[in-house]
Write a new protein. Structure first.
Length: 215
């Protein structure tokens, strides 16, 4: 497989697609295209007419959406284990992922992912606080419900954790206060070796995207 991604410091959608195969030690070639340059668009268009990253190539198969990439890897390489085994848990996990995939626009806009930045502060508007509270509620409810099954949102590591991993980075960057249960979940994510690998690589990047350097 080949996975086309953007900057590790900034590209939240790339992180989502990258994390599942990385955690499960599925071999893939990483093709990194720096974002925000004069040639970014033309370089990405070589791989996808959608003009965005990430993009997955697996033989003749091309997948150009983060959640679709995660679904594909789960089906093709993990025998469906990217999702919980239980049907009700699986439905709940898919609902959480769909909400993340299609929502939280204020959070994304006001708190862009910037892995290497620390101590940043932004104005917490009413809409931003609603997004933060909703994420905190999701994390807390799932951890309280499934804590006996393991330390991740649904006990075992799943696609849901991939989808929310960039939010963990955001909350760390901007010093967001969350419940104790959510804070413990953030520690679980940040202690995962592959997450550490991504963070270290992001810190080593030299590119700077000014619109993401806020706070």
């Amino acid at each position: 497989m080949q996975l086309v991604i953007g900057n590790k410091n900034y590209s939240s959608w790339s992180l989502r697609a990258w994390l599942l195969p990385a955690v499960h030690n599925i071999a893939f070639e990483e093709i990194r295209i720096p974002l925000g340059t004069k040639v970014t668009k033309s370089e990405i268009l070589r791989y996808s007419k959608a003009g965005k990253v990430p993009v997955l190539y697996d033989g003749d198969v091309v997948v150009w959406d983060s959640l679709a990439i995660l679904e594909y890897i789960s089906e093709q390489y993990l025998d469906g284990k990217g999702w919980p085994d239980d049907v009700s848990m699986r439905a709940e996990a898919r609902s959480c992922c769909a909400e993340m995939h299609s929502g939280f626009f204020t959070l994304r806009e006001d708190m862009p992912m910037n892995c290497r930045a620390k101590g940043r502060q932004v104005l917490i508007s009413e809409n931003l606080q609603k997004d933060i509270t909703r994420v905190d509620d999701i994390w807390s409810a799932l951890r309280e419900k499934y804590s006996e099954k393991g330390p991740w949102l649904f006990g075992l590591f799943s696609i849901a954790d991939c989808m929310f991993a960039p939010v963990v980075f955001r909350f760390q960057t901007y010093g967001v206060t969350v419940s104790e249960t959510s804070r413990m979940y953030m520690e679980t994510v940040l202690s995962e070796q592959r997450v550490k690998d991504w963070l270290r690589a992001g810190e080593e990047e030299t590119e700077k995207i000014e619109v993401a350097e806020v706070g």
